[in-house]
Design a protein around this ligand. Structure first.
Ligand code: BES
Ligand code: MN
Ligand code: ZN
Length: 495
């Protein structure tokens, strides 16, 4: 897509369609909308009065051949109440417009914006429009798949003084949106094409393009590192494990923030086989690692002033004659023995070794993100992701990033009760703690493998897939966490 910014009078913008954002009101407000109302003999007033379009959030209206407007179509995009309208209202409105441009096959659109905060607003416009019009077409061969793709998008501001800010916002918006769409592509890619080896190759390729470090540990190196918990998950599959280490240095010195992402390319459950219904969704059990990979890509492209390490433990969890059995006792890199009660609780096993490996980097903080527990569904439903953490400052940073990015997370307690439920009578720890508080017993398991650095764990099970479609999150992989973590690392406050 060709993105551009320029300054122009609204009426002189030439394009297939021009977009004007409108707040909810009883009658048209603002110089431009009022002028359009006069030019259309009160057509806009009538729409506002009848409620057909009144600037409500998530509403839009397309008008053709409006007199004195150079563009072929005028799209009015509602932002809702002016008092409540925030950046996310812009993202949602732009998402709806992006989808509209796509379904109408218009291919090209210009957004006009003359309000304040040009830089973040333009970023939100670009994010919303790109993300709202996202489709996953890699496997479609039977229709003209690129026919309607949006090829050009412009953001137009009223004067040269706002242009610089708009350009900065546009670049940032494009980088964030690409990280999200690329993450969605990976998550939607099925397990027959995305498995540890192909996934690690892909990470290597990206690192080469964007010039950050990428090291891939194969089976022999994983054995040398004594990552026995990771190996215990991988043994059931014909695809061997990989452990990907990414390093981005945006600062001369300073301890890195380590991001760890669960990378189960397909989770059949192992010998504790999952029920067949819905099992196909488990191709998305690598979302955490795809988030980490793309956050590092975004950091590199944004030249973020922070040092980052990304760890991606990659395995496939399959049943076979070689698979780990329920009841088996396995080792771990940290030295603890683990009684495997349920082979479907595999995410925590691979994360345990990755968290222990994180200590190598003398981190200032470690954050892991994982589609870890089905029980997360019963905490916040689909509305947000529960998280836990050992440092109030880090937790506050995460909450602040959540508010800015509108990717919602909510903190839960790390009480000792949950660790008690993970005690094994014959090993150092067991991998499941029963049905109650499943998300928190899993967290307590992970905590055992952390050191005294600030640590947080975000459980994105169920947030990783959007079931019905939102303005800028179409049905399918949501890539939840990319915008949250990009925001976090670009607004990093010492913890
Ligand atoms: N990948 C699943 C968790 C999951 C379930 C993510 C549904 C997204 C949607 C994880 O590996 C798992 O199977 N967890 C088990 C743990 C249990 C055996 C303690 C679960 O949640 O049922
Ligand atoms: Mn599982
Ligand atoms: Zn899993």
């Amino acid at each position: 897509m060709n993105l551009s910014c320029y300054d122009s009078n609204f009426f002189e913008i030439e394009d297939k369609a021009v977009v004007l954002f409108c707040y909810k009101a009883e009658k048209p407000s603002g110089d431009i909308l009022q002028k359009i109302d006069i030019l259309t003999d009160g057509a806009v007033s009538q729409m506002f009065e009848s409620g057909e379009f009144d600037g409500s959030t998530n509403s839009s209206m397309m008008l053709h051949n409006v007199p004195e407007i150079a563009a072929g179509r005028l799209i009015l995009a509602g932002l809702g109440d002016e008092k409540e309208a925030d950046l996310d209202a812009i993202r949602r409105a732009s998402g709806i417009v992006g989808k509209m441009i796509l379904t109408h096959g218009l291919k090209s659109v210009s957004f006009y914006y003359d309000g304040s905060d040009t830089n973040p607003v333009v970023s939100a416009i670009v994010e919303g429009a790109i993300l709202g019009s996202y489709r996953f077409l890699k496997y479609k061969t039977d229709d003209d798949k690129d026919k309607n793709d949006i090829t050009a998008m412009s953001v137009v501001v009223p004067n040269k003084t706002k242009l610089k800010q708009a350009e900065v916002g546009m670049v940032r918006g494009e980088i964030i949106a690409s990280a999200v769409t690329h993450c969605r592509d990976l998550v939607d890619t099925p397990g027959n094409d995305l498995y540890p080896e192909s996934y690690a190759d892909h990470a290597k390729q990206l690192a080469k393009e964007l010039k950050f470090k990428c090291k891939v540990l194969g089976p022999a190196e994983i054995k040398k590192e004594k990552m026995m918990a990771l190996e215990a998950v991988a043994v059931g599959s014909d695809h061997t494990a990989r452990f990907v280490v990414l390093e981005y240095n945006g600062k001369e010195k300073g301890k890195p923030v380590v991001l760890v992402g669960k990378g189960v390319t397909f989770d059949a459950g192992g010998i504790s086989l999952k029920p067949g219904l819905g099992m196909e969704e488990m191709k998305g059990d690598m979302t955490g690692s795809a988030v980490v990979l793309n956050v590092i890509c975004a950091a590199a492209r944004l030249k973020a002033k922070i040092n980052l390490v990304g760890l991606m433990p990659l395995v496939e969890n399959m049943p076979s004659g070689r698979a780990t059995r329920p009841g088996d006792i396995i080792g771990s890199r940290a030295g603890y023995t683990i009684e495997v009660i349920n082979t479907d609780a595999e995410g925590r096993l691979i994360l345990a070794d990755a968290l222990d490996y994180a200590d190598k980097f003398d981190p200032q903080a470690v954050i892991d993100i994982a589609t870890l527990t089905g029980a997360a569904q019963f905490i916040l439903g689909y509305a947000g992701a529960p998280f836990v953490g050992t440092s109030q400052k880090l937790n506050d940073n995460i909450r602040a990033a959540s508010e800015r990015s509108a990717e919602r997370v909510w903190e839960l307690p790390l009480w000792k009760d949950f660790s008690d439920l993970m005690k094994s009578s014959i090993a150092d720890i067991k991998n499941t703690g029963g049905r109650p508080a499943g998300t928190l017993t899993a967290s307590a398991f992970l905590k055992k493998f952390t050191k005294d650095w600030p640590w947080a764990h975000i459980d994105i099970a169920y947030c990783d897939v959007e079931k019905s479609g939102l303005p800028y999150v179409p049905k399918g992989a949501s890539a939840f966490g990319v915008r949250l973590l990009v925001d976090l690392i670009t607004h990093w406050k010492k913890v």
